[in-house]
Ligand binder design. Structure first.
Ligand code: SF4
Length: 862
């Protein structure tokens, strides 16, 4: 007889924000060893569903090579892909396959399927296989084992794929098993008339979950157990840096747990907790005490999961969730408040709050409601991939039987991307279809967009798709490809804007500028669309309405620290402040440009026209308006010699001026001739093209954000001579702050000017070669003495008074508020979700982003 032995196969997805753990599997393995069955755990990491190498199953082949000839029994746990299973089966003939889980989701070809707790059954089957004896029915009647403790993973073999490694999983400490939330589904009107079987269905708790309705163990018992597990962990795995508390309600013992950690742990630890919104809100005092305790001992707490599920009350009721939208909203706001209040102990590791955008009954109105509220409360800070979130349906849940009853189960999902079990590496789920064709099309169109454009501003794109479908209700039976094409057409130039407003995207073949920065992409709250004039108007209004430093920061898009002083001092004035003359006049004068185009106050225009009296000129008078905060400009026609400003076009070439005049007289206006005008003025064609593609060219702040975003997307260095955030060397907007053609033009102009005023040019160069924390035209600060330190920008000090805005009140209020924050440290880390100020290696201030999503660090000179 062969010695009984088995391989236990675990699978993971190379995916960030993944908090799935398999801690009971090592416990199973240890229990099996105790029964005399040799076994090994093999953990294989597979590519994510939408990774470029998604089809690469080489890791599966590598796994088969490790198993071949060594094991006659292989068990798999939590596998989402039948293709993976069948590939292994084909490569390992003669193996007895056991699925450790619900037999109803075992793949065809599985020899036996039973839960993880049937350790004795597993041992008996393995022995029978090893000795060539038959497997008997009695073996399946053997008693179950209790697997509650985490065990060291001594016999774990990890098989990775590609460069992406499975993120380190935390150690797990178990509190009270299951979930004590137990509202009955049978009292919920959504489930009236749904026939449920008499067993194998959970009818208490949330309708999509199979762990509800389990009473908590006595609190003293749970406390003693979690502290014992913690002690055991610290004694046997002192290198542990993260602990996940496996308990839906850790608050009864959280403070004691953190206190014990403070007494015993020799290094900083991160404690991961999860809960429901109502339990969280009801435990605020405990949470704060736990955070204070953690802060004292240098530990951190990450609320990695709150099961919000939806921001539509109709959907929450369908989920039998027992919470309101208001509670969910308050939870997000409270989390943000805690993060602000306890920057040292509230962990900034990205969380993954529970959220379901799509279920079989979802309507377009639910999508809109969810997206609007999510954006308003800044949910993206706590939950990524919002627009892909869909219900996973499992056979022992109430929702499964409702979907079955209503004919909404399917053999396959209508779109492959809906297989979120495969996407995230959960247990294989039951496919379903949408009841409403419009929702089906919304998902399908957005999926098509994902496949074509990759990462993008998902919330905006989906909202536009929903709007399109609401405007064209008769088209929901048309093919997704046709609808997707028409959505793109209806968006016009806004499509490119939405497409490019994700920070993660980069053109094909471009190297990843900072691989680490993209390894764990976070959603970014971006500025309003350039053509969303109402939003920009609100930006300016809230900046002007701010009366306190905290309001000034919030108006700029940052949550303010609680302890901001009421009247912080002004920033030191910029010692390099220098008036940059109109260098394009110099360039034209010296023949670097074929024509000169200026927009000037009337008196100045008269002076320039007089200076070039011998040249040909075309002139348009107009009334100029401008918002001094956002630099959104407006113009209205004025009679010659009247109005406030003048467009002046000068050239030595009469033909050019005639053409310029004809363009001005064209009733469609000069915007229809941007390429031609750009060429006449000698602007780089790439910059003209980028400018022409903007949906609104009157918003100078949005134009700068577009150039900042493009520079980051292309991974280009920020050229100081193109720094136009507070002064201009070139009169035109560069397509990016690294555009080589624009750099060449700016250098040529500065060299020319240096012949006349070398010291001024040296000062201009030094002034421009400094990083700028840019919010908009009125609100920016410059960092002096800056250098890079990894992903942190170290600085000597921040200086102010740099913005040339006419709205000094807004400028000064912002500078005082931001100065108060920056003065706490010497380092700045600007991410897509927050601004972090560091003093040395310690966090000194933490400003999470909020609407309107402004604020970027332009790293000129670094
Ligand atoms: S979803 Fe969460 S709150 Fe609802 S029953 Fe399951 S564990 Fe409890």
């Amino acid at each position: 007889m062969d010695e009984p032995s088995a391989a236990i196969l675990l699978f993971q997805v190379a995916q960030s924000r993944n908090f799935i753990h398999d801690d009971l599997v090592p416990a199973f393995s240890a229990a099996l060893t105790a029964l005399g069955v040799r076994n090994e755990l093999f953990e294989t990491t597979l590519p994510a569903i939408d990774a470029a190498d998604a089809a690469d199953l080489s890791a599966v082949d590598a796994l088969a090579d490790r198993l071949r000839g060594r094991y006659t029994v292989c068990a798999y746990v939590r596998l989402w892909s039948e293709a993976v299973f069948q590939r292994l089966r084909a490569q390992l003939p003669g193996v007895t396959w056991i699925y450790l889980g619900d037999p109803r989701v075992a793949f065809p070809g599985t020899t036996h399927a039973f839960p993880l707790t049937q350790v004795e059954t597993f041992a008996a089957v393995t022995r029978a296989v090893a000795s060539g004896e038959p497997v008997t029915a009695e073996m399946f009647q053997l008693p179950h084992s209790e697997l509650t403790r985490a065990h060291a993973q001594d016999n774990l073999v990890r098989i990775g794929v590609g460069r992406e490694q499975r993120p380190d999983r935390p150690a797990v400490v178990h509190g009270s098993a299951g979930c004590a939330y137990g509202q009955s589904v049978l009292e919920n009107p959504h489930f009236q008339g749904v026939p449920f079987p008499s067993e194998k269905v959970v009818l208490r708790g949330c309708s999509f979950c199979a762990t509800g309705g389990i009473p908590r163990r006595p609190s003293g018992e749970v406390l003693a157990s979690v502290l014992a597990q913690l002690d055991n962990l610290i004694d046997h795995a002192p290198e542990t840096a993260r602990i996940q508390l496996n308990d839906q309600n850790p608050f009864p013992y959280l403070v004691q747990f953190i206190e014990r950690l403070g007494e015993r742990a020799a290094q900083p630890m991160e404690v991961l907790i999860e809960t429901r919104a109502d339990w969280f809100l009801g435990s605020m005092a405990v949470m704060e005490r736990a955070l204070q305790t953690a802060e004292r001992h240098g530990h951190r707490i990450l609320l990695f999961l709150v099961g919000l599920e939806s921001l539509s009350q109709k959907e929450l009721d369908l989920y039998n969730k027992g919470v309101t939208v208001e509670q969910n909203e308050r939870t997000v706001l409270e989390c943000r408040r805690l993060r602000r209040r306890y920057p040292k102990s509230y962990s900034d590791t990205p969380a993954a709050f529970g959220f379901i955008l799509y279920n079989p009954w979802t309507e377009l109105t639910d999508i809109t409601l969810n997206l609007d509220t999510a954006e308003r409360i800044g949910l993206l800070e706590f939950r990524g991939q919002l627009t892909r979130a869909k219900l996973r349906l499992y056979p022992d849940t109430a929702l499964f039987y409702k979907a079955k009853h209503e004919g909404l189960l399917a053999d396959r999902f209508p779109y492959e991307a809906m297989d979120s079990a495969r996407r995230y590496g959960y247990e294989a789920e039951v496919p379903w279809r949408f009841q409403h064709a419009a929702t089906d099309r919304a998902y399908g169109i957005h999926d098509a967009m994902f496949r074509v454009v990759g990462r993008h501003d998902e919330v905006r794109m989906l909202r536009e798709i929903v709007r399109f479908l609401e405007r064209h209700p008769g088209r929901v039976t048309e093919p997704v490809s046709v609808l997707a094409r028409d959505v793109v057409r209806s968006l016009g130039s806004r499509f490119q804007q939405i497409r490019h407003s994700s920070p993660g995207e980069r053109p094909a073949g471009q190297p990843r500028p900072n691989a680490n920065a993209n390894a764990n992409p976070s959603p970014r709250l971006g500025p309003p669309a350039a053509d969303d004039r109402d939003a920009w108007r609100r930006v300016a209004e809230s900046a002007r309405a701010a009366t306190t430093p905290a309001e000034a920061l919030r108006a700029a898009g940052f949550e303010a620290p609680d302890d901001l002083p009421a009247d912080p001092p002004a920033l030191p004035p910029d010692p390099l402040r220098v008036e940059v003359p109109r260098l394009e006049v110099l360039a034209y004068e010296h023949g670097l440009k074929p024509a000169l185009y200026l927009t000037l106050p009337r008196a100045e225009a008269d002076a320039i026209a007089a200076r070039f009296a011998g040249h040909h000129a075309a002139r348009v008078d107009y009334l100029f308006t401008y918002d001094a905060v956002t630099d959104v400009r407006g113009r209205a026609p004025a009679a010659p010699g009247e109005g406030t400003h003048v467009d002046l076009f000068l050239s030595r070439d009469a033909g050019l001026v005639e053409r310029a005049r004809a363009i001005y007289e064209d009733p469609r206006g000069p915007s229809q001739h941007l390429a031609e005008m750009g060429a006449m003025l000698g602007y780089p064609p790439c910059c003209v093209e980028a400018f022409a593609a903007l949906p609104d060219r009157s918003n100078n702040t949005a134009i700068r954000y577009a150039a900042l975003a493009r520079t980051r997307q292309l991974g280009l260095p920020f050229a100081p001579v193109l720094n136009n955030l507070f002064a201009y060397v070139l009169p035109s907007f560069p397509c990016s702050y690294g555009c080589p053609r624009a750099v060449a033009q700016a250098e040529a102009v500065l060299e020319l000017f240096a012949k006349e005023q070398p010291e001024t040019v040296a000062t201009i160069r030094r002034a421009l070669a400094r990083p700028v924390l840019f919010v908009d035209h009125a609100r920016l600060v410059v960092l002096e003495g800056a250098r890079r330190d990894g992903d942190v920008v170290r600085y000597g000090r921040a200086v102010g008074g740099v913005s040339p805005t006419d709205d000094r009140a807004v400028r000064d209020a912002f500078e005082r508020a931001m100065g108060a924050v920056l003065s706490r440290g010497d380092g700045l880390r600007v991410t897509d979700t927050a601004i972090e100020v560091l003093r040395g290696g310690e966090r000194a201030a933490w400003l999470p982003r909020r609407a309107p999503g402004l604020g970027l660090l332009a790293p000129f000179g670094l």
